[in-house]
Design a protein around this ligand. Structure first.
Ligand code: WAQ
Ligand code: MG
Length: 255
């Protein structure tokens, strides 16, 4: 199979810089594992997505295609459930209670929510230690980008069918579920919380191996630009091994 990645950004004048310093802001990214005969179709899809994004028009789009030669690990999809939630305030309370129930400290929860609500967007995820709340990523601007992940076609069709009576953006939910299932499978991941950074998408989720994939409507308000992903990790995680798994180990959601 092939790993296809897309990343789109635009350059803006850095805030407060009088001397024309430019800064790259993240617009959109996507990644998947595909068969060779699917590559062209996916490049087109990712390109259309990059050029028509609610975060703005990019002025740079990168594609990376890599042939995967290693064995691909199969991981089952997390079960999906939609919670009842009517406002970002309710979402915050709900997320805090669920994370506390998983043994994550108040301090770590506050650190995580701070990142998700900040107007500075990371292109990847923040890793936060579940007890001390320490941010543990090599590059604070970039974060850790989960890559080399895909979903088996039969599994995708089945889940799409199960969602067909819900009024949801199927492609988006499947992509998020694929990522959350790969992430939750690792023994050092305690939980993930995600808010889309797209101003027109206001359903987020909390995921963990035990709780499954819990969709949270109204996690933010329409028009808001903040968002991100936070992975709460075991305090004694082997960071090098964990980051290698997230970025490099090929995983296909199957079952
Ligand atoms: N690895 C790590 N972090 C990522 C990745 C990745 N591959 N892709 C996105 N992120 C981070 C990054 O900080 C983005 O700013 C943030 O997540 C949000 O990305 O069931 O659309 O692609 O209805 O905007 C959830 C679906 C959709 C909920 C999430 O995220 C549902 C979404 P977005
Ligand atoms: Mg986005």
């Amino acid at each position: 199979m092939w790993s296809i990645r897309m990343r789109a950004s635009k350059s803006i004048l850095a805030e407060g810089s009088g001397n024309g310093e430019v800064e790259e802001v993240h617009i959109s990214g996507a990644e998947g594992l595909w068969n060779e005969e699917e590559i062209l179709k996916l490049l087109e899809q990712y390109l259309i997505r990059a050029l028509n994004h609610s975060r703005g028009k990019p002025d740079k789009i990168f594609f990376t295609l890599e042939k995967i030669n290693e064995a691909i690990i199969k991981v089952p999809p997390l079960p999906v459930r939609t919670l009842i939630c009517n406002s970002p305030e309710e979402a915050k309370e709900l997320i805090t209670n669920k994370l506390l129930s998983l043994g994550i400290s108040q301090r770590a929860i506050e650190a995580g929510l701070g990142i998700l609500l900040s107007s500075t967007i990371m292109r990847g995820a923040a890793l936060i230690k579940s007890n001390t709340g320490t941010l543990s990523v090599p590059d604070h601007h970039r974060g850790v980008r989960v890559s080399r992940l895909g979903i088996d076609n039969e599994t995708r069709y089945r889940i799409e069918k199960e969602m067909s009576e819900l009024n949801v953006d199927k492609r988006r939910v499947i992509e998020a579920l694929t990522l959350a299932s790969k992430v939750a499978h690792h023994k050092d991941i305690v939980a993930e919380v995600c808010i889309s950074d797209d101003p027109d998408y206001i359903t987020g989720y909390l995921a963990s191996k035990d709780l499954g994939y819990l969709r949270i409507p109204n996690i933010k308000r329409l028009g808001e630009m903040h968002g991100g992903r936070v992975f709460f990790i075991n305090e004694d995680s082997n960071l090098k091994e964990l980051i290698y798994y997230l970025e490099k180990t090929p995983v296909q959601i199957f079952g």
